[in-house]
Ligand binder design. Structure first.
Ligand code: Z15
Length: 809
C-alpha cells in the first residue's frame, strides 16, 4: 500500500470535492485541514480494523491505560509521519500550491489534560502503538478542554476552550459500544434461589456513556491502537423524562469540562461523578470485550491489564469487583484475586494537597454500591492485618480514615504493582509517603522512570537536528533509540559542532520571529535562550527564576558598562484559576518583563518573554530553540518532570536541582554537562525535621538577596497591585515554604557558570551535543517496554522487521 505523490494528488482533490462540493483551489485552510485529516483517517482505517481483529485472533493480552487526562497534541503531522506518508503528502500539497505547515496549524490542540500527567499518558499511547503492544487508552471526552489563557494587564484570564467547535476529524462515535452508568438511589442485596445475592437498585440516575474512538498510530508498523474517550448523554429510553435544560444539566455536566487543577485535590462532587463515569464505562466495555476471547473468567488477568494513572481512576478497583460479583456472579474471593492481578497503579506526586480523600458521606450517597464494596475491602484488610502488623500500621494504611476514603490506599491495596515515576520519587514513596505499605507489600513496589516520545519531540519538532543525526549516524536510531549514543562520537568533531550550533541558531531565529509576531518583543537570537515551561506551582519555583532575573536587572543597572552574556528568559505556564499565589507570580513576572523589556539601559542584555496559553503546540515551538532548561523545583517535590527530557533531547543544557528525573539526567549526561545547584532532598528533610530554617535571617544578612527582595515591593517593578508584596511576605515573613531564599545564592552561582560556558561557544555546543546523544534512555519506548514486561505482562506483536525494533537495552 505504497502511496505515490500522483495518487495522493488525485485522491485528495476528489476527497476535497466530495466533502465540500467545491474545487480544492477555492478551499480555506480550515477546509483543507479537515479534508486532509479525513484522507489520513481513511488511509489508516484498514490498519485500525486489522489491528483490533489481530489482537482478538491471537488471543493477545491487552492493557487499558485509565487516565482522567490525555494531552495528545495536534495529530495530523504525527499520524502522517508514523504512517510513513508525511513526505508524500507534503510534496503533493506543494504541487497543488498548498502549504502543509499552515494546514497543520489549523488543527485544534486537544487540551484534555493539565500538564505532565496527561502528556505522559499520550506519550505512552504513541509508544504502545509503535512497539506493537496491544494497548488502549480510556478517558473522558471533555467538551471543553483546559481553559485558554490570556493576559490582561499582566493578569491571567481564563477563556473556555471549545476545541470541538470545528469537527474533530480523528474521532469515531461508536454507538455499538455504549454502556449505562448508575449514580445515587438506593441499593440493597437480595438472596436468590441460584445461590448468590442480587444487587437491587431504585431511584438511580442513569447516564448513557458513549465512546468516541481515536486512532493511535504506530510508527511505520501498520499498527493502530485505540484511545477511547467517553461522553455522557441521556439514555434513549429515558429521553421522555427530561423536559428542561435544568433537568438535563446533571447529565450533560459530567463530561462538560476538565478540572483545571494540576497536583491539587478540590473534593468536588462533580469531579467524583466524572471519575466514576469514566471508570464504570471503561470497565464495563472491557469485560464485554473480554467475552470475545472465549476463555473462563478466572483467566481475566491473562487477557486484561488495567492501569490506574494516579488515584483519579482508582474506583476501577471496586467497579471491577462489582461487575465480577453482581453481574458475573463470582464470589468475593474469586473477584478479589482477579481484581488484584488485573490492576496496577502509578503514583505521580507526594504533595499532600494533591492526594485524593473523598468524604465517606459523599461517596455513600453518590455511589452506594461502590461504597459498600470499599467498606468490605477495608474491613477485610483491617481484619487480616491487625493481628499481623498491629494497631499503628493497620490504621495508618486503612482505606477508611477519619470520615474519608483514602484513594491512594485503595489503589495500593487493590493492585499487584505500585510504581513511582523516577528513582528518587519511588525511593521517597517507599521510605516516607507509603512506607507502611512498603513494609506490608514490599514486592509490589517498583520504579518506572518517565519517558517521552522522540517521534513528536525530536523527529517532528526538530527536523533539522533529526536530519543531521541521520546524516552522521544513519537512521537506525529512530527505530532503536539506543543507537543515539553513537552521536557522542562526534563531540570533538568541529564540523559537526558547527552544524549543531547552526541548527540551534536557526531554531532560535524562528522562535525570535514568533516572539516578535505574538508578543511584539524583539529578541536577539544570539542571546542565551533560558526556558522554563510547566504548570505554575510554588514547588516548581518560577519565583526563584524571577528573583534571579531581578538580580540580573539590578546588576546591569548598577554596572552598565560591564559586559554581560545576553539572555532571553522565556516562560510558559498556566495557573489553576483558584490558585491565588500562582497567579500573583504570573503577574509579577509579567511586570518584571515590562520593566526589563522597556528599559533603554538594558537593550539586548536582558529580555523576558512570558507566552500566553502554554500547551503542547507551543512547547513544540519553544523546546528546539532552548539553550537552558530550567528544572528548579525544591528537591523531593517534583515526582519526575518530563519537559526536562524534551529539552535535553533537543540540546538544551539543564539547570537543575537534584530532584525527580533530573538526577537520572545528570547520571547519564555526566555532571560536567549539567548545572546542578541547591539543597538535596536529604537536606530539605533535615531542615524540615529540625525546623531550623529561618528565611528572615537570610533576608537580613544577605545584602544581595535583600536588594532583590526589596525590589518586589519598593516600586521598582511597575504596575503591581500588591502582588510583589504578597510574594515578599511569603518568602520573608511566612518562612518560605519552598526554600527559595535558601537556594538563591547557589542558583545565581550556577547561572554564572552557565554564562561563562556560553561565552565559549564550541564548549557549550559540545555539551549540548552530549545532552542530545545521552537522551535515549528517556525514550518512552523503553519506559513502556518495562511497564509491559514487569507490570502488565503484555507482549509486542511483530509481524516483520518493521517499526520500532524489539528493545533490549
Ligand atoms: C501531574 O501533572 C503530575 C502529578 C500529579 O499528581 C498530577 Cl495530579 C498532575 C505530574 C508530576 O508533577 C510530574 O513530576 C510528573 O513528571 C508527571 O506528573 C508525570 O508523571
Amino acid at each position: 500500500m505504497n502511496l505515490t505523490v500522483q495518487e495522493f494528488i488525485e485522491e485528495y482533490k476528489t476527497q476535497f470535492q466530495t466533502m465540500f462540493a467545491y474545487s480544492y483551489e477555492e478551499g480555506t485552510t480550515e477546509q483543507h485541514y479537515t479534508a486532509l485529516g479525513i484522507f489520513i483517517k481513511n488511509y489508516l482505517s484498514r490498519h485500525w480494523k486489522e489491528t483490533r481483529e489481530s489482537y482478538i485472533k491471537e488471543g493477545a493480552k491487552q492493557v487499558y491505560y485509565f487516565s482522567m487526562e490525555f494531552l495528545p497534541g495536534r495529530q495530523l503531522r504525527n499520524n502522517a509521519y508514523n504512517l510513513g506518508i508525511l513526505d508524500i503528502i507534503k510534496e503533493g500539497l506543494t504541487e497543488l500550491d498548498l502549504s502543509f505547515d499552515s494546514i497543520a496549524e489549523a488543527e485544534a490542540d486537544p487540551a484534555l489534560g493539565n500538564g505532565g500527567l496527561g502528556r505522559l499518558a499520550s506519550c505512552f499511547m504513541d509508544s504502545l502503538a509503535s512497539l506493537s503492544i496491544p494497548g488502549n487508552g480510556n478517558g473522558i471526552r471533555y467538551q471543553y478542554g483546559l481553559f485558554r489563557q490570556k493576559f490582561v494587564d499582566g493578569y491571567q484570564v481564563e477563556v473556555p476552550e471549545n476545541w470541538l467547535r470545528n469537527r474533530n476529524v480523528w474521532e469515531t462515535r461508536n454507538n455499538k459500544s455504549t454502556c449505562l452508568v448508575r449514580f445515587g438511589g438506593n441499593v440493597w442485596l437480595e438472596p436468590n434461589d441460584k445461590g448468590y445475592y442480587e444487587a437491587k437498585y431504585e431511584n438511580t440516575l442513569n447516564v448513557l456513556a458513549v465512546p468516541y474512538d481515536t486512532p493511535m498510530v504506530g510508527y511505520r508498523n501498520n499498527k493502530v491502537n485505540n484511545l477511547r474517550l467517553w461522553s455522557a448523554e441521556i439514555p434513549v429510553e429515558e429521553e421522555a423524562n427530561y423536559h428542561t435544560l435544568d433537568e438535563i444539566q446533571p447529565i450533560s455536566e459530567i463530561t462538560q469540562v476538565l478540572y483545571p487543577d494540576d497536583s491539587n485535590y478540590e473534593g468536588q462532587l462533580l469531579r467524583l461523578k466524572q471519575e466514576y463515569f469514566m471508570v464504570s464505562a471503561g470497565v464495563q466495555s472491557i469485560i464485554r470485550h473480554f467475552r470475545k476471547y472465549n476463555v473462563p473468567r478466572k483467566n481475566i488477568p491473562d487477557k486484561i491489564a488495567i492501569h490506574i494513572n494516579d488515584t483519579h481512576p482508582a474506583l476501577a478497583i471496586p467497579e471491577l469487583m462489582r461487575i465480577l460479583m453482581d453481574e458475573e456472579h463470582l464470589t468475593w474471593d474469586q473477584a478479589w484475586e482477579i481484581t488484584q492481578k488485573t490492576c496496577s497503579y502509578t503514583n505521580h506526586t507526594i504533595l499532600r494537597e494533591a492526594l485524593e480523600k473523598w468524604p465517606i458521606d459523599m461517596m455513600k450517597e453518590l455511589l452506594p454500591r461502590i461504597y459498600m464494596i470499599i467498606e468490605e475491602i477495608n474491613r477485610r484488610f483491617v481484619d487480616y492485618h491487625l493481628p499481623l502488623y498491629g494497631e499503628r500500621i493497620t490504621w495508618q494504611t486503612a482505606i477508611l480514615q477519619n470520615g474519608v476514603v483514602n484513594m491512594a490506599h485503595l489503589a495500593v491495596i487493590g493492585s499487584h504493582s505500585v510504581n513511582g515515576v523516577a528513582k528518587l520519587h519511588t525511593d521517597i514513596l517507599m521510605s516516607d509517603v507509603l512506607k507502611d505499605f512498603f513494609e506490608i507489600y514490599p514486592e509490589r513496589f517498583n520504579n518506572k522512570t518517565n519517558g517521552i516520545t522522540q517521534r513528536r519531540w525530536v523527529h517532528l519538532a526538530n527536523p533539522e537536528l533529526t536530519a543531521l543525526i541521520d546524516e552522521k549516524i544513519g537512521e537506525e536510531w529512530k527505530r532503536n533509540p539506543a543507537e543515539l549514543k553513537v552521536f557522542k562520537g562526534f563531540e570533538q568533531d568541529e564540523e559537526t559542532l558547527k552544524q549543531v550550533a547552526e541548527i540551534k541558531l536557526n531554531n532560535k531565529k524562528r522562535l525570535a520571529d514568533y516572539i516578535e509576531e505574538v508578543k511584539g518583543i524583539q529578541v536577539n537570537p544570539r542571546a542565551l535562550f533560558d526556558v522554563q515551561i510547566k504548570r505554575l506551582h510554588a514547588y516548581k519555583r518560577q519565583h526563584l527564576n524571577a528573583l534571579h532575573i531581578l538580580h540580573r536587572y539590578l546588576e546591569i543597572k548598577r554596572n552598565p558598562d560591564k559586559e554581560v552574556v545576553p539572555r532571553v528568559f522565556i516562560f510558559g505556564a498556566k495557573a489553576a484559576p483558584s490558585y491565588v499565589y500562582a497567579k500573583q507570580i504570573i503577574k509579577v513576572i509579567n511586570s518584571i518583563a515590562d520593566l526589563v523589556n522597556n528599559d533603554p539601559d538594558i537593550g539586548d542584555k536582558l529580555k523576558v518573554v512570558f507566552f500566553e496559553n502554554y500547551g503542547v503546540s507551543l512547547a513544540e515551538k519553544i523546546i528546539p530553540a532552548a539553550d537552558i532548561g530550567e528544572q528548579i523545583s525544591l528537591a523531593s517535590m517534583e515526582a519526575s518532570g518530563t519537559s526536562n527530557m524534551k529539552l535535553m533531547a533537543n540540546g538544551a543544557l539543564t539547570m537543575a536541582t537534584l530532584d525527580g528525573a533530573n538526577i537520572e539526567i545528570k547520571d547519564f549526561v555526566g555532571e560536567d554537562n549539567i548545572f546542578i545547584f541547591g539543597l538535596t532532598d536529604k537536606e530539605v528533610y533535615e531542615l524540615k525535621a529540625n525546623q531550623s530554617y529561618q528565611s528572615k535571617e537570610l533576608y537580613e544578612t544577605n545584602e544581595q538577596l535583600r536588594r532583590v527582595l526589596d525590589a518586589l515591593k519598593d516600586g521598582t517593578i511597575p504596575g503591581l497591585n500588591g502582588e510583589g508584596s504578597a510574594i515578599f511576605d511569603s518568602l520573608v515573613h511566612y518562612n518560605d515554604e519552598y526554600f527559595v531564599l535558601k537556594d538563591f545564592e547557589s542558583y545565581v552561582d550556577a547561572q554564572n557558570r552557565a554564562d561563562a560556558l556560553y561565552a565559549k561557544p564550541m564548549e557549550w555546543t559540545r555539551k549540548s551535543l552530549l545532552n542530545i546523544a545521552s537522551s535515549a534512555p528517556f525514550s518512552a519506548d523503553y519506559t513502556i517496554k518495562r511497564y509491559a514486561d514487569d507490570i502488565w505482562k503484555v507482549k509486542q506483536y511483530f509481524t516483520g522487521d518493521e517499526g520500532v525494533q524489539p528493545l533490549d537495552e
